[in-house]
Design a protein around this ligand. Structure first.
Ligand SMILES: Cc1cc2nc3c(=O)[nH]c(=O)nc-3n(C[C@H](O)[C@H](O)[C@H](O)COP(=O)(O)O)c2cc1C
Length: 192
């Protein structure tokens, strides 16, 4: 099974990265192969709403999204990781998500086959504060983006009150939750 982890945090050794690494450890323990892609290291031109993909299902920009357009439909599990930046995802994650308009167009306008129950999506996010609604924006964005990628929104791991670099290390229970999520993510969906 192909599992794709997309890290939207630009901070090296940051809290998102540490959680995603732990999730990867859990995946490995469960015998699942995965690919972790660091979105900030890619060249992704922002979407300009030219409408080309709505007609042709392809993007006019030939950059690192080309590989992702190829990879995403092959993946049965997709994990989006991003810290909260001003109640949303990071600019790097958002650039990637906006370019998923190609996948949205293929699915909703051009009629490519939709994902199955086995196409499942997840969100991993952290925030520096403890606000009740701090993950609302990120959750909505991730849910809609995963839908464009053909995945249903299955689970989320959200950690409040982690701000400084590596602050998540003081929360071993959250790291364990990430690892446990990794261990279980590849289990087949019920009734599949
Ligand atoms: C530009 C920017 C905007 C941020 N906006 C928020 C915010 O709206 N709410 C919040 O709780 N934390 C916010 N934070 C704090 C980050 O979510 C926090 O530092 C997080 O741990 C960073 O994750 P990382 O280590 O994976 O990069 C912001 C940080 C930055 C740099």
């Amino acid at each position: 099974m192909k599992v794709l982890i997309l890290n939207g945090s630009p901070r090296k050794g940051g809290n998102t990265e540490l959680l995603l690494e732990e999730l990867g450890r859990g995946l490995r323990e469960a015998g699942c192969d995965f690919r972790l892609i660091d979105l900030p290291s890619l060249q992704i031109h922002p979407c300009i709403n030219c409408g080309h993909c709505e007609q042709h299902g392809q993007c006019i920009f030939k950059d690192d999204m080309e590989e992702l357009y190829h990879l995403i439909p092959q993946c049965r599990r997709i994990i989006i990781g991003s810290p909260v930046y001003f109640y949303g995802v990071t600019a790097q994650a958002k650039a990637f998500i906006d370019r998923c308009q190609v996948l949205w167009s293929r699915k909703y306008l051009l009629g490519t086959p939709k994902g199955t129950e086995e196409h499942r999506g997840y969100l991993v996010s952290v925030a520096g504060t403890s606000g009740k609604k701090v993950f609302d924006g990120v959750r909505l964005t991730a849910r809609y983006a995963l839908d464009a990628m053909g995945c249903s929104y299955c689970d989320e791991l959200l950690v409040r009150d982690v701000d400084q670099l590596g602050a998540i290390l003081k929360h071993p229970e959250e790291l364990e939750r990430a690892r446990e999520l990794g261990r279980t993510i590849c289990q087949p969906a019920p009734n599949s």
